[in-house]
Design a protein around this ligand. Structure first.
Ligand SMILES: [Ca+2]
Ligand SMILES: [Ca+2]
Ligand SMILES: [Ca+2]
Ligand SMILES: [Ca+2]
Length: 399
């Protein structure tokens, strides 16, 4: 398959952030916890609400050409969530400044390297202003854009990655409280580990070999040793690499890795889906139009939860979040061929059923999505980056 053709239908990326809304999150979770506890005592099945999603006026919002990744973050620190996309066709990053009610105005685009398939966010220089890391797949570099705190960015020296950097996960991989990067390289079948020094500079550690055409990465502690581990979806290998971290930036394959999933695994989300306090994985299989659910054993091993969960045509981005307030993780999945978003409500036992109104229509080719709070209504909203229609669809959770 040619590089060009493959790119039309393969990998992408996303990060998720809730800058400025941490307090709201905690309040929501505490409230949900109290209600869930009360429901458990009375034996009443607890469902907080039936989520419905609607586009606000102005949606979809225009961005650059071929947006392939999106993050939700407050870049200008006005406590209103903003959106940032990386645009493969225009080699830049678009900034959409939020008005706090689901509307957005265009900020200043930022030029990056060639083929930016992924943008992720973190505070790399620890000035409390959100920064961006962008994977330039054609240039084989990572752009580091340091936030000025007003919605504009200053480029630092780009970093070198492997061949075809595609997806970036931001996490503290060596436990020094400084943000690091894990980057999947689709042509060198590896994950680059770039350790941050807390000033916006990074040092490359030894790359980690994974399977054929790695795409999405989740960074989470899978075996309860407080060192972050990695789960990496290998799109052409139809499996997931499970890499256990040593807490110093080194990683080695867990026993039983890689774990087989469906065809064309693209994104992986890591969270506890069956409430046994062990991290599980949900994997969007772009080729088999479903979601694999892998239950964790708490030591880095995984077993299939059973038949995969049906999605739309070409499920690619996937985020695990509680969208209906019952304290059970749900799945939000973008379907790149059917141009919609599946909202799959979790039952807390790793089972999922579509919400009322699922799937919700979005733009052409939703290769990325982000979930978070876009208005004062404290229920998780959704934004998709639509690769072929060059825009962002906003879905407000209106229940
Ligand atoms: Ca803002
Ligand atoms: Ca670190
Ligand atoms: Ca670990
Ligand atoms: Ca679990």
């Amino acid at each position: 398959m040619s590089r060009h053709l493959w790119r039309r239908h393969a990998p992408l990326s996303v990060g998720r952030s809730v800058w400025g809304s941490g307090r709201s999150w905690r309040v929501l979770l505490i409230a949900a916890g109290l209600c869930a506890a009360a429901a458990a005592v009375t034996g009443i099945a607890f469902a907080a609400f039936d989520p419905a999603f609607e586009q606000p006026p102005g949606s979809p919002f225009a961005v650059g050409t071929n947006p392939h990744s999106i993050v939700m973050v407050d870049v200008n620190r006005d406590r209103k969530a903003d959106l940032v996309t990386s645009n493969v066709g225009s080699n830049n990053v678009s900034v959409l400044l939020g008005d706090g009610s689901g509307g957005f105005v265009a900020g200043v685009p930022v030029p990056v390297g060639a083929g930016p398939h992924s943008v992720a966010t973190g505070d790399f220089n620890r000035d409390k202003r959100p920064d961006l890391a962008v994977a330039n797949s054609d240039a084989d570099t990572i752009s580091i854009l340091l936030g000025n705190g007003d919605g504009t960015f200053t480029a630092a020296s780009p970093l070198t990655a492997g061949d075809g950097p595609w997806f970036i996960a931001v996490a503290d991989l060596n436990r020094d409280k400084k943000a690091d990067l894990a980057v999947s390289n689709v042509f060198s079948d590896s994950v680059s580990i770039l350790l941050g020094d807390g000033t916006g500079s990074f040092t490359a550690a030894t790359p980690v070999p994974v399977g054929d055409t790695p795409y999405g990465i989740a960074a989470v502690d899978l075996n309860h040793d407080k060192n972050l581990d990695l789960a990496v979806a290998n799109q052409f290998a139809a499996n997931v690499s499970v890499l256990l971290g040593d807490g110093e930036g080194g990683f080695s394959a867990a026993s039983g890795s890689p774990v087989s999933v469906g065809s064309g695994p693209s994104w992986v989300a890591a969270t506890d889906l069956n409430r046994d306090r062990k991290v599980d994985l949900a994997v969007a299989n772009q080729g088999s139009d479903n979601i694999s659910i892998l239950l964790g054993d708490g030591s880095g091993g995984f077993a299939s939860a059973g038949a995969p969960v049906a999605a739309g045509d070409g499920p690619t981005p996937l985020v695990a979040e509680d969208v209906n307030g019952d304290k059970r993780r749900d799945l939000v999945v973008g379907n790149i061929h059917s141009d919609n978003v599946s909202i799959l409500l979790g039952d807390g036992q790793a089972g999922f059923t579509p919400a009322t109104g699922s799937p919700a229509a979005v733009g052409d080719g939703p290769f990325a999505l982000a979930v978070g709070y876009l208005n004062k209504h404290k229920r998780p909203d959704i934004a998709t980056a639509n690769y072929f229609s060059n825009n962002v669809t906003v879905l407000l959770n209106t229940d």
